[in-house]
Design a protein around this ligand. Structure first.
Ligand SMILES: Cc1ncc(COP(=O)(O)O)c(C=O)c1O
Length: 498
């Protein structure tokens, strides 16, 4: 055989091998692709439904939800307060500015911007068991979620989690009572444990402790009443909210001693609201996703607990009460925390801080020339998260009516069509009102516009007979809010109708 013929045969043979190889690769990869498409078949229609709801045009004053009302096959817009119509474009100019509750809608835009990374797809057979583990029926928190909670604290530097147990609950609300249960005395001869706080305090400490009425513990109001007492045998539980609700100040316990236990409520200890001077390292601290990422609707909170026995008693409470926390919620929380942790957590906290800073600047501007109203002072501090000195940007303004005769500041605001939460709902003087700054941008704009009008015009004097003939919207709101905490707002239709 000539050399030329040999080369031709070699060329034909090797070309055929290469061609066959390419064909196999193509066939294999398209098979994988087909399988992927097949695997995605169950999620495709769910994704389409979710995309349809997210794409509804609600004019920037509302949003449509997957589980909202459907008309003509499309989810209906749910409008912000004071807006109505199929696309939420009708504004009601006489609608009151609602600054009452702490519904944290202010981060909604962030989550819309991160729609893809924060979305969760849940199969019909996702985590059907009560437990995470076949072998341990009390395993109630997902290992991955627990890891991510520890990571967020480490990155933010707001709490030490090493050597601490983590227990999760249906919001901080459930954990508050679980903690009271766990820290109250087991010994009937020294019942009841006294539960106290320092005003102004978050009223749920009182309403919840009283509501769950137990012979083990009793709410006794002011912590200072227990100071210098000769009784060192009765157990005392002190609630300390730091930063506090309503003032946004760092608080310390006023009581100490072998018979005193402290529950630190750290709901607002995030860069959204405050500089982070250093990590909390307490026996029992409670956190919530509600104020961290704004997902109050998911009802998820967690406690960091040092002592094993306290952890076990809290776990016992949760098992008796709800047999743990929804696995669906935990899956969503994991996804949300992953987004929080992206980019060294700079993006979400940067966004939250910018919004809060802007709102505080606008509020201070509008009240700058008023001698009738003042705001709480919150000093700037070094923040270990941002590596710089910064001012706090609390979730609430604690507004004071400075005039002696304005002894019901909430009524003064009500006359200007502003609904705040009055001082005595924090066990404080009614010269004070709490204004929520974490609601929607529409609520905040409405608040600023009405405050602006009020400080620039003489406010209408309340006609006591007329305005008190039936419970005002603000009274209705306050009643409901006391009972259910900051998140309850089913009364809104009543507010709008007035
Ligand atoms: C100080 C404080 N603790 C706890 C809670 C309850 O949080 P969650 O929504 O997690 O139940 C709130 C809610 O407003 C709060 O202000």
């Amino acid at each position: 055989m000539s050399n030329a013929l040999k080369y031709i045969l070699l060329f034909v043979a090797s070309s055929s091998i290469i061609l066959n190889l390419l064909l196999c690769i193509k066939l294999f990869s398209s098979d994988v692709g087909n399988n992927q498409n097949k695997d995605q078949s169950w999620s495709r229609s769910a994704a389409q439904e979710a995309e349809l709801a997210a794409s509804m045009d609600c004019s920037g004053h509302g949003r449509a939800y997957l589980d909202g009302i459907i008309i003509d096959g499309k989810p209906v817009c749910e409008c912000n307060l004071c807006y109505s119509g199929p696309d939420c474009s009708n504004f009601s100019p006489d609608c009151p500015a609602d600054a009452n509750d702490g519904d944290p809608y202010y981060l909604e835009e962030f989550w819309k911007k991160h729609a893809a990374s924060s979305a969760v797809m849940v199969s019909g057979w996702h985590r059907m068991s009560y437990s995470y583990s076949f072998s341990d029926q009390y395993c109630q928190i997902s290992e991955e979620l627990e890891k991510h909670i520890r990571k967020v604290h480490e990155v933010v530097g707001n709490a030490i989690t090493d050597g601490k147990y983590i227990i999760c609950g249906a919001g901080a609300t459930q954990l508050l009572n679980a903690a009271v249960h766990a820290l109250s005395s087991n010994n009937p001869s020294i019942f009841p444990t006294r539960v106290v706080a320092t005003a102004p305090y978050y009223k749920v400490y009182q309403t919840q402790t009283e509501y769950f009425e137990s012979n083990r513990y009793r709410f006794e109001g002011e912590a200072s009443a227990c100071m210098n007492g000769s009784d060192t045998t009765t157990n005392i539980i002190e609630f300390v909210t730091s930063p506090s609700n309503p003032e946004g100040q760092f608080k310390r316990p006023v009581l100490s001693g072998p018979n005193v236990k402290t529950i630190y409520d750290r709901a607002y200890y995030w860069p959204n609201f405050t500089p982070i001077p250093g990590p909390a390292d307490e026996d029992l601290s409670i956190f919530t996703i509600s104020k961290l990422t704004g997902h109050a609707g998911s009802r998820f909170g967690w406690a960091l607990v040092k002592d094993k026995e306290v952890y076990e008693r809290m776990t016992e409470y949760l098992n008796e009460n709800t047999v743990g926390i929804s696995k669906d919620t935990q899956l969503r929380m994991l996804k949300i925390l992953k987004v929080v942790l992206e980019d060294g957590s700079k993006e979400m906290f940067g966004f939250a801080h910018r919004i809060m800073k802007n709102r505080w600047e606008r509020l201070r501007d509008v009240l700058a020339h008023s001698d009738r109203f003042s705001l709480q002072q919150t000093p700037a501090q070094y923040c270990t998260f941002t590596h710089g000195v910064r001012e706090p940007t609390p979730a609430y303004a604690w507004l004071k009516c400075e005039k002696e005769e304005d002894e019901n500041c909430s009524d003064v605001l009500r006359s200007a069509n502003i609904i705040g939460r009055k001082g005595d709902l924090f066990n404080a003087d009614n010269h004070y009102v709490r204004l929520s700054l974490i609601r929607t941008e529409d609520d905040f704009d409405n608040l600023i516009n009405r405050l602006h009008k009020m400080v620039n015009t003489k406010p209408r004097v309340l006609d006591k007979e007329k305005d008190h003939a039936r419970p005002s919207a603000s009274v209705a709101i306050e009643r409901q809010s006391i009972r259910f905490g900051d998140v309850y707002h089913a009364y809104r239709s009543e507010v709008i109708s007035q």
